[in-house]
Ligand binder design. Sequence first.
Ligand code: SF4
Length: 489
Amino acid sequence: MPTPAISTPRTYQVRTYGCQMNVHDSERIAGLLEDAGYVKADDATTPDVVVFNTCAVRENADNRLYGNLGHLFPVKQATPGMQIAVGGCLAQKDRGEIVRRAPWVDVVFGTHNVGALPVLLERARIAEEAQIEILESLEVFPSTLPSRRESAYAAWVAISVGCNNTCTFCIVPSLRGREKDRRPGDILLEIETLVREGVLEVTLLGQNVNSYGAEFGDRQAFSKLLRACGDIEDLERVRFTSPHPRDFTDDVIEAMAQTPNVMHQLHMPLQSGSDEVLRRMRRSYRREKYLGIISRVRDAMPEAAITTDIIVGFPGETEADFQDTLDVVREARFAGAFTFQYSKRPGTPAADMADQVTPDVVRDRYDRLVELVEDVAWAENRGQLGKTVEVLVAEGEGRKDDRTARMSGRAPDNRLVHFAAAPNVRPGDVVTAEVTYAAPHHLVADVVRGVRRTRAGDAWDARQARPVAEVPRGVALGMPAFPAPLPSR
Ligand code: SF4
């Protein structure tokens, strides 16, 4: 009698593009699939399901997606039963167009219905035709979505979804909808659960964290949330992204300065140092307001590391406008900046503006901006020489310079630190080390003074010991643990 075939679980792979919100959403996608019986594919096997979690913000995002889908077509033809799903912002934007251009795609799902993915995959398999499901708005926070976190020691926690602003270069409001805020109690419950699982660091995510609470009528809700995070035992590091200068109030600065586990680090998008360009961008703050926030942050937290996002070559930007941006970079003393060359993004008001800046001018300004940003960041980093920092050790190989094996991690102010590898140090542990060298984008700390083994390191150890399918997934305990968005700018 023939032996019955043993059915093996279907495997999946999630490919993530774009910002931290997509990383956060991808952890939900992975958790959902594992709850439905899938297991993560290892690098050596062709996955049964490939999910693209796309971004519509970056230039040529659609070309990249269709290129990747094209590469997968022959793989799918050669792999019986393989399915391809496309979600995220580009799916929300392009909808049926995706299946028209790549008819071998099985599922297209939007930013508001991540939770439907397993059902849509199943429906596509049975019906043998593509399933496209896009919702116009988030009806309920998918609070019970399971999540499979990539890190054992750090977690993203979404506090709001959507954005009420209308920046003219940004596609996010039309794809992610108006801001919806989670209730503070739900957020805190999720963080407490994460801490019990070994997490030491959380990053609160929202398109505009400073407007958190607008939906339920509490303008100080974000500072209260930061202070409440300070009461969570064993939570060592709290970060947030992104703040918006328009809504940034002094109670947040006070909460940052007075709450010991809130890190003295701020990533606050500038975009432009020119008031006229900010007006055209429909960013409703001006240069003086931005610099005023920076100055009050530095008064309250002199050692704070401040980073930013800047776009050069926005339509109508003159050389004088660009010089205003350079001035702000010098005055703000950014520890780093994500710099972008403006390019048209279809569907945004700026794409139709007159006075588009020519590509060679954009490139020239970009080069000059990057040079200044690096000079300033390097000078700021040199100010760290000789200081002793606590480094939360990250996963990854680290670096090898001058025959010194190094591991990497983040200082409290979020600076990237490479330190001389010490025995028995695990991701999630905390190393105390003295900074011996500064580069524009990182520090080297080769004098290791101490290693603190942590619960997070234990959790990392425990993960390594178990097969992927058994790694615990933080089901969000009845709280709005929603799929969340975030612009990186
Ligand atoms: S750039 Fe940020 S603040 Fe402006 S519309 Fe986009 S998400 Fe909202």
